[in-house]
Write a protein that binds this ligand. Structure first.
Ligand SMILES: O=P(O)(O)OC[C@H]1O[C@](O)(COP(=O)(O)O)[C@@H](O)[C@@H]1O
Ligand SMILES: [Mg+2]
Ligand SMILES: [Mg+2]
Length: 324
């Protein structure tokens, strides 16, 4: 089985980006180790703090954030970084080649029940401007040069795109290397499986209510087929399932917090997952526009997300169009 670095070399990826992916992979191996130690290392449970999003931080959110931040800054490859767990961007090496955004631990509520979580990352090439501030990060997702995640499940995998499709690498824990186990991930255009937090149903906008209603009517309804439902409560795990066997994932806008566009974060969650899904032949939308075309206005911005099987994403967009 081929090692991550040799696959990236074969793909013609430049050595700085290979080095960066390696650094991300190393930090994630350490996060993986801490997660697997669990209660033995005293890393379960919450801190006393909230992050900038007003969410209580888990101890592992903070540990994962620190590990990633320290290794990325030490590498000298990063001009600045942005994290779900940092209020502001963190400045790195002024000669660094990259801007990196990440969700250090996605699905944090799963930590204490020993269920799947992951680290999501998004990489842009930095320009050579001398001033680095939040605005340096406000670029549409289509400009990402790499995006991926490491999922800590029964096996630990890195799923990565550098713009030439999506490949999966399994961490061989005996040698500490990511080895390619799936060279070409493809999301089928059609599906009979969807993922949404149904408990929020009454809060969704009308088009989403109608769309899900029609799925639930199954073979007797307008769609003429039965649909299955799954919800892991960690985007990384729900998207991973879609990359493995297809499906549709959505976290739509809802009226509990009407001023927020959605729950998920554009820079740390939606953009990297949208690039992976598109690179695997799927689609990623807010319901009304392509996620990768959104011009971000701030680093912690939220967004509605509908992604996965291309024909199903198109169907959701049709429901939204017909409501206008
Ligand atoms: O609590 P809910 O409504 O099931 O939300 C689950 C969603 O929230 C998230 O956990 C948010 O991510 P964080 O754990 O990084 O805050 C997503 O991964 C997931 O899709
Ligand atoms: Mg998250
Ligand atoms: Mg998180």
């Amino acid at each position: 089985m081929q090692r991550l670095v040799s696959v990236l070399r074969q793909d013609g990826v430049d050595k700085e980006l290979i080095h960066l992916v390696n650094v991300l992979g190393t930090a994630c191996k350490e996060i993986n180790f801490r997660l697997h130690q669990g209660a033995l290392a005293g890393v379960l449970g919450s801190t006393q703090d909230e992050n900038v999003q007003g969410e209580v931080q888990k101890k592992l959110d903070v540990i994962a954030n620190t590990l990633l931040k320290d290794l990325l800054l030490q590498s000298g490859l990063v001009k600045a970084l942005a994290s779900e767990e940092e209020d502001d961007i963190v400045i790195g090496n002024k000669d660094g080649d990259f801007l990196v955004s990440f969700d250090p631990l996605d699905g944090s509520s799963n930590i204490d029940i020993n269920a799947m979580v992951g680290t999501i990352f998004s990489v842009y090439r930095a320009d050579d401007s001398l001033v680095i501030d939040e605005s340096s990060f406000l670029r549409p997702g289509r400009e990402q040069v790499a995006a991926g995640y490491v999922i800590y499940g029964p096996a630990t995998l890195m799923v990565l795109t550098t713009g030439q499709g999506v490949r999966m690498y399994t961490l061989d824990q005996t040698i500490g290397e990511y080895l390619m186990t799936e060279p070409q991930v493809q999301v089928p255009a059609d599906t009979q499986e969807f993922a949404i937090n149904m408990s929020n149903q009454r809060h969704w906008a009308k088009p989403m209510q109608d769309y899900i209603d029609d799925l639930l009517k199954g073979a007797e309804g307008p769609r003429g087929k039965n649909f299955n439902m799954r919800w892991v409560a960690a985007m990384v795990a729900d998207v991973h399932r879609i990359l493995c066997r297809g499906g549709l994932f959505t976290y739509p806008w809802d009226r509990r917090a009407p001023e927020k566009a959605g729950k998920l974060r554009l820079m740390y969650e939606a953009n990297p997952m949208a690039l992976l899904i598109e690179q695997a032949g799927g689609a990623a939308s807010t319901g009304t526009e392509r996620i990768l075309d959104i011009q971000p206005e701030q680093i912690h911005q939220r967004v509605a997300v509908v992604l996965g099987a291309a024909n199903e994403v198109d169907m959701v967009e049709q429901y939204y169009r017909h409501q206008r």
